[in-house]
Ligand binder design. Sequence first.
Ligand code: HEC
Ligand code: HEC
Ligand code: HEC
Length: 139
Amino acid sequence: MKKMLLVLVLGAGLLSGALLFAASNAQEKTAYDEDAYGPKAPIVWVKPVRSVIFEHKIHTMDAGLDCGSCHDSLFEMENGAAEKKDDFTMATLYKGGYCGSCHDGSAAFASNTRCTSCHIGARGHARLNSQGGTAVKSH
Ligand code: HEC
Ligand code: HEC
Ligand code: HEC
């Protein structure tokens, strides 16, 4: 009897887990609002090194930042503008420029840690391109 109850409880747990998963998946597909949270496609820079990724969703929808925390004081609203500048380097980030304005170990994780959160490398870039096709622009 006890065993049967356990099976029932486990079964119900699994089922609701599956339902929740399906619901959050569906939401993921419909809920992202580009007007409210910025472009959906990740920004990928290939200069000076290939490849660094930036996602609006993580910063706006998830972390709650508004557009004005980055635009236009730190970044222009133009894909690839920053990588045209000579000072788009780690040295500038460490001094609090660009991403380093927040990624300083207090507002967000520090720029001298977790390299691979931002650096997805050449392989990561290829993987993104094969998933999204035109979603990732390279310049
Ligand atoms: C945490 C920083 C940050 C926040 C917050 C942010 N952005 Fe951006 N945004 C960027 C960066 C970085 C780029 C790329 C700039 C570059 O490549 O020089 C960018 C680029 C853009 C672009 C150009 C994309 C393209 O494909 O040309 C648009 C449009 C944009 N942002 C809109 C928004 C809007 C709208 C919001 C608020 C809802 C927002 N951004 C909030 C950092 C941010
Ligand atoms: C206005 C502040 C701000 C700026 C500017 C900013 N970020 Fe962030 N970023 C955050 C916050 C806040 C988080 C979420 C908290 C955390 O992960 O430390 C975050 C999270 C991230 C994450 C998620 C890491 C993970 O796996 O959870 C990545 C990657 C990232 N940022 C990359 C960048 C890059 C690249 C730039 C520059 C192009 C940038 N950010 C500029 C505030 C900022
Ligand atoms: C918060 C995001 C972020 C983190 C964390 C980060 N980087 Fe970077 N990195 C960038 C950005 C943005 C650029 C400039 C764009 C590009 O080169 O594609 C860059 C460029 C570079 C460059 C080329 C320019 C230069 O400064 O020589 C090197 C090398 C580099 N990063 C190494 C690292 C290493 C090593 C770590 C970890 C200790 C690291 N980065 C962590 C965002 C980050």
